[in-house]
Design a protein around this ligand. Structure first.
Ligand SMILES: CC(C)(COP(=O)(O)OP(=O)(O)OC[C@H]1O[C@@H](n2cnc3c(N)ncnc32)[C@H](O)[C@@H]1OP(=O)(O)O)[C@@H](O)C(=O)NCCC(=O)NCCS
Length: 343
């Protein structure tokens, strides 16, 4: 572990010859396993601690791995603002490792996670109840999965991707009852959108990642006002006899820049929330809402749309798969972030 200023962690990593080679190898692996991944050389800046690790090829149980393992990474520290909507999506204090691993992936990742754990163990408060250690790992990079599980990480969420027009989906409003209509929402719909959004948050909070907090309603209201202030908001309501029964809210590329680095394609939109009231599900309403966004992203020239879903939400994965989304990143978490060192 070496120290560097937070702003130039990526440059410092790249300047190290070994790390440059590692990142080059990671690029080859990532291009082979998933063409939607970004180039791995843009390592997000971290806290100043960089981790370099080597795993030994042929270590117990890993003899099938090709060549010695090499890994590099930075650790980003994130502390939620008291009233931010981001607090609803996870822990208040998040320590995110950005790993770049090549060669013997299980061994090198094991070594990298151990060094990171030492780092987390030295951070005051990182063992608190509202903390998480987070690793975004490419979903198709299956060679890291067993190591993450062994080190106590759970695959809480998936970041799924849909390439515009290259993926299948239901047609708009196929089979919808005549009493159900779908329309674009406007500023006057704020409270209906917020109420339906809160119901999605409550459903998702069963699965361990998302949590409704005292500030969630106000933060969601603020976010919704921002989305609805656009001339053509990317927010749709489903209504039965004019009563709201479902909603979908998305960020166009100018609001989705925060997540765009997770893919090499551009421009990127982000599907923030979608939900249908429990008594109205499995009747095509969700598919009709998704079809509105599909048409919108096509018209706007969006290359790729991303969304998060909870890995164990039984409704999400099959539904989003039917709408043309597939896993890109898996979000692995351990809570609390720091664990006591083994004796
Ligand atoms: C996920 C969710 C938005 C889907 O909405 P929905 O209206 O139930 O979705 P649809 O009806 O379009 O599709 C769901 C199922 O109904 C089926 N279906 C679609 N049209 C149908 C129709 N006319 N008649 C009967 N079934 C139909 C679909 O084939 C699908 O079934 P399958 O998954 O077994 O193949 C909804 O379940 C929901 O709100 N869940 C809780 C909140 C949530 O999880 N949000 C997503 C967070 S990422």
């Amino acid at each position: 572990v070496s120290d560097a200023t937070p702003s130039d962690a990526s440059a410092a990593l790249a300047a190290d010859g070994d790390v440059g080679d590692t990142i080059e190898q990671v690029g080859q692996r990532w291009r082979a396993i998933d063409p939607l991944l970004p180039s791995p050389d843009a390592v997000p800046p971290g806290c100043g601690a960089e981790f370099l690790a080597a795993g030994l090829a042929g270590a117990a149980g890993r003899s099938a791995a090709p060549g010695p393992g090499r890994a590099a990474g930075t650790c980003e520290h994130w502390h939620g603002e008291p009233d931010s909507l981001d607090l609803t999506w996870g822990a208040e204090h998040r320590y995110t490792l950005h790993p770049r691993v090549a060669g013997d992936v299980p061994a090198a990742l094991d070594d990298l996670l151990a060094r990171w754990q030492e780092h987390l163990g030295g951070i005051p408060g990182a063992d608190g109840p509202d903390t998480a250690a987070v690793v975004n790992w490419p979903s198709r990079d299956v060679r890291g999965v067993a190591t993450l599980l062994r080190q106590g990480f759970a695959p809480l969420a998936v970041i799924a991707a849909r390439v515009t027009d290259a993926a299948g989906s239901h047609g708009p409003a196929d089979g919808l009852a005549p009493s159900v209509t779908i329309r674009r929402a406007g500023p006057a719909d704020r409270d209906a959108v917020v109420q339906l959004g809160l119901e999605v948050v409550r459903f998702d909070s069963y699965f361990g990642g998302v949590a409704e907090r005292p500030s969630t309603r106000a933060a969601l209201t603020h976010e919704t006002e921002g989305l609805l202030s656009a001339p053509q908001p990317w927010v749709w309501l489903a209504e039965r006899h004019a009563t709201p029964i479902g909603m979908l809210a998305a960020e166009p590329p100018d609001r989705a820049a925060w997540i765009a680095p997770l893919t090499g394609l551009s421009p990127v939109a982000y599907l923030l929330l979608a939900g249908v009231r429990s008594g109205e599900r499995a009747r095509g309403v969700g598919a009709a809402l998704a079809a509105e966004l599909n048409a919108q992203v096509s018209e706007a020239g969006v290359a790729l749309t991303l969304l998060h879903y909870a890995q164990v939400n039984p409704l999400s994965a099959p539904f989003w798969s039917q709408q043309g989304y597939r896993p890109l990143w898996t979000v692995w978490e351990r809570r609390p972030a720091a664990v006591a060192a083994s004796p």
